[in-house]
Design a protein around this ligand. Structure first.
Ligand SMILES: *[C@@H]1O[C@H](CO)[C@@H](O)[C@H](O)[C@H]1NC(C)=O
Ligand SMILES: *[C@@H]1O[C@H](CO)[C@@H](O)[C@H](O)[C@H]1NC(C)=O
Length: 107
């Protein structure tokens, strides 16, 4: 019984969806296709991003004026759900696709 409980917890942890990992994997999949190096997660940048996301959410604004991100490039995406329950996977896909779509504007 104990073993079964531990296993089910491990499976739950292992299959938990991660916005961060999904976004990283989407970037690296296209980066491999373009033959450029993979990105890795920076906990410093994750912290700055979260600070700015919280700030924007609190102000109900999608603005590039977060003091914490000064000196860094920044791409923003904003999404909402009328039911108040955000579909994280769909939001990540839309944000990534929107950003990637801009690659046609660059060489
Ligand atoms: C995304 O970030 C890069 C780096 O700061 C910037 O050059 C680009 O204009 C940004 N794109 C948008 C849509 O904000
Ligand atoms: C990205 O571009 C594709 C192809 O033009 C388009 O179908 C899709 O709606 C675009 N997605 C976003 C989020 O801009």
């Amino acid at each position: 019984m104990k073993t079964i409980l531990v296993l089910s917890c491990l499976i739950a942890v292992c299959t938990a969806y991660s916005v961060q990992e999904d976004m990283l994997e989407r970037h690296n999949k296209d980066r491999r296709r373009h033959k450029v190096g993979a990105l890795v997660t920076s906990s410093k940048l994750v912290g700055i991003s979260q600070t700015c996301a919280n700030r924007n959410a609190k102000r109900n604004k999608n603005a590039h004026d977060c003091p914490a991100s000064k000196g860094y490039g920044e791409n923003l995406s904003w999404s909402y759900d009328s039911k108040g329950v955000p579909d994280e996977k769909a939001a990540v896909k839309t944000a990534y696709t929107g950003w990637y779509n801009e690659s046609k504007d660059y060489n």
